[in-house]
Design a protein around this ligand. Sequence first.
Ligand code: PEP
Length: 247
Amino acid sequence: MPKKLAAGNWKMNGLRQALAEVQALHAACPEPTCDVVICPPATLMRSMVKTCADMKIEVGGQDCHENTSGAHTGDISAPMLADTGASYVILGHSERRASYSETDDQINAKTRAAWDAGLTAIVCIGETLDERESGKTLHIVGDQLAGSVPDGATPASLVIAYEPVWAIGTGKTPTLDEIAQVHGFIRESLQTRFGADGLEMRILYGGSMNPINANEIAAIANVDGGLVGGASLKASDFSTIVQVLST
Ligand code: PEP
């Protein structure tokens, strides 16, 4: 069984004072037995890396450009993230797919750029409510997985986050059976494509995970952790999730 991963996506939240939350997380869970990564806004990356230096907490970006440098105003490249001391990057989050029309091809290119820079890519996939209600969930998730993940993925370089778009930031979650079905499907697809390595790749659930539902979600087969938005902002909530994923 892969080691579980608690990944916090801070999105566009957090000023310098928010680093105190990471100190509080460390105080609450000094020795987590799951992996822990926090993905702050770019402005906090370097100070977060410094703050986490002696903690079992890694730092990740929330996106990267597919090129290493160049005329891309406002963008950040994978080597730049790595240069801050980051070790992960979230790619293909549904908010970026929706707001910036990111395609599977682009996410595939960004993932290759992340790997070239030595980063682990957390590639997000998931269906909209319309797609779920019209019975297309596995089709959409299968297509996104095939298109967004390059050949050559390994358990160390790739994490998949299954995030139903309608569950993100809404307080709604799929039923446990629905999560089990999609995670089982993703596992089978990874195994078919990557062989035994596919059994070791982590598949996170994301979408309104919180201290109350984390236990039952974490117990589902093929759920290897969580990608957590809102509940990662407060140490009191995120530490409970880290503790759940550490058991
Ligand atoms: C996310 O942004 O990836 C996410 C899962 O957000 P939330 O936990 O707030 O639904």
